[in-house]
Write a new protein. Sequence first.
Length: 184
Amino acid sequence: MANPEIKLIRIKENNLQELQDLSRQTFFDTYGWGNTAENMQIYLNRCFSTEKLKFELNNSDSEFFFAQLEGAVVGYLKLNYGSAQTEFQEENGMEVERIYVVKEYQGKKIGRLLIKKAIDLGIARNMDYLWLGVWERNPKAISFYEKSGFSHIGEHTFMLGTDKQTDFVFKKNLQGADTILLHK
């Protein structure tokens, strides 16, 4: 069972600065090792600008959640429905666009709680499937998604600054989905 000290809180526009800081920190910590400083800066400035995050927070087809542990924000989740999805955009699918945990808090089942939230919301909304993209050079995340019941269904291009990269696309069917495996 998930640690009862971890709470999921819906992110609103008044959390914009905290979301921006967390987004930049967790993205850099996750991918900075394998990318140039210039490409990282281009990406961080473009994708986590105040204007872009404000637009995303106000999009009715997107939802954000903070994970809090003993009052500290230690991760977050971004979900997209319908036209907010970066690909597919089918009404019966839901994208897990971002799921990040602060480096110091990894291994505390926070990621499991976040992915369970996505699965539970997908089931509650009668979605047929969840999907996401994960960098081909991130074996830790790939293993996490496979253990969470996602299957590799293809690839797509991800632009990090000026660097064209490959993301693996993973999908999890939700019809008859069972989230028991997430409690192990």
